[in-house]
Design a protein around this ligand. Structure first.
Ligand SMILES: C[S@@+](CC[C@H](N)C(=O)[O-])C[C@H]1O[C@@H](n2cnc3c(N)ncnc32)[C@H](O)[C@@H]1O
Length: 307
């Protein structure tokens, strides 16, 4: 596929940019550039003194950012995991807003060779950062049955996790799992087509992707780093795409909001001093957005302000 065919429709664009409350002279960081839908909208609100820091762990996203913005003096670009954003010198002066639009982009899903999709046969890779780390094939070749089952259960809520892990370990000596099609066929055989409208590989592919990319650890570290680097009044906006991520974002905001936590079993726990305040409630895409972009259907946007 050509770069032109590999486009990404930004999710909850207006709501996210509104949430960041962009000021013309502010310094913003988009930790998930993708193909720049959100970045472009932030940039259109910046004056000559504003700065936009762009990160992505996918080298192809960074190449797209460089092709489009290298000549713009307001834009700085870095190929890295957003979990390391505080290690970037450009963030040390403080940030007025951080956006994390989590998960994978449409180009990553649509480019079969990346191995994220069970709809096309391709090498079983699934790494967002193709320059480092273990692929899904390498993980499935090395992990023991218990670890595979735990990943499928914890990150995919796959009820058949143990049976699937057993089948993978039983089959892999004869034929290592190197192709998406091979894994999809095993999942179809073990799980069967029980959930109408849902491919039997959906949960396991999601779980492996989260594991291969360490997505939940990156989110936690990224939110902590953002909190450290945000200026007072700066905004954190996170768009998540499944309940594990949204739960982590919700708890992060709650745990830093200084509220006393009531526990049913013990006395109320005195929270640490407040560092964040939620801005409004969780927001969801409109029916119109979902109709125009079905990939937005599971999105949840949460915004918080640094105190
Ligand atoms: C949903 S897309 C972002 C789309 C983007 N907002 C746009 O409008 O084009 C997610 C992007 O974030 C990147 N990504 C996911 N987790 C990351 C992380 N921990 N650090 C850096 N980039 C990450 C992916 O490589 C992907 O390009």
């Amino acid at each position: 596929m050509t770069e032109q065919q590999l486009q990404h429709i930004p999710v909850m664009l207006g709501e996210a940019v509104e949430g960041l409350a962009v000021q013309a002279g502010g310094r913003y960081l988009d930790g998930t550039f993708g193909r720049g839908g959100h970045a472009r909208a932030v940039l259109s609100r910046l004056g000559p003194d504003g700065r936009l820091l762009l990160m992505d762990r996918d080298p192809t996203a960074i190449a797209a950012a460089q092709a489009e913005f290298a000549a713009d003096p307001r834009v700085l670009i870095r190929h890295a995991n957003f979990s390391t954003l505080a290690e970037w010198d450009e963030t040390s002066a403080g940030l007025d807003g951080v956006l994390l639009d989590l998960g994978v982009s449409s180009p990553q899903l649509d480019e079969a060779a990346r191995g994220f999709s069970f709809m096309a046969d391709a090498p079983l890779d699934m790494r967002m950062d193709t320059s480092q780390g273990e692929s899904a094939a390498e993980f499935l070749a090395r992990a023991d049955e218990r670890e595979i089952a735990d990943v499928l259960w914890n990150y995919g809520e796959e009820r058949h996790s143990r049976r699937i892990a057993r089948a993978i370990v039983a089959d892999r000596d004869a034929t290592p799992f190197t192709r998406t099609g091979q894994l999809a066929a095993l999942l179809e055989r073990v799980v069967g087509r029980r959930e109408p409208g849902k491919h039997p590989a959906t949960r396991s592919f999601q779980a492996l992707r989260i594991r291969v990319n360490g997505e939940l650890d990156a989110l936690q570290d990224g939110m902590n780093a953002a909190l450290d680097r945000l200026k007072v009044g700066g905004r954190l906006a996170v768009i998540s795409f499944h309940s594990l991520e949204d739960r982590a974002v919700k708890l992060f905001i709650r745990d830093h909001s200084g509220r006393v936590q009531n526990s049913r079993r013990g006395p109320p726990v005195l929270a640490a001093p407040a560092r964040l305040a939620a801005v409004g409630k969780a927001q969801f895409p409109s029916d119109t957005e979902i109709a125009g972009n079905p990939r937005s259907r599971s999105a949840v946007l949460r915004v918080a302000e640094k105190l």
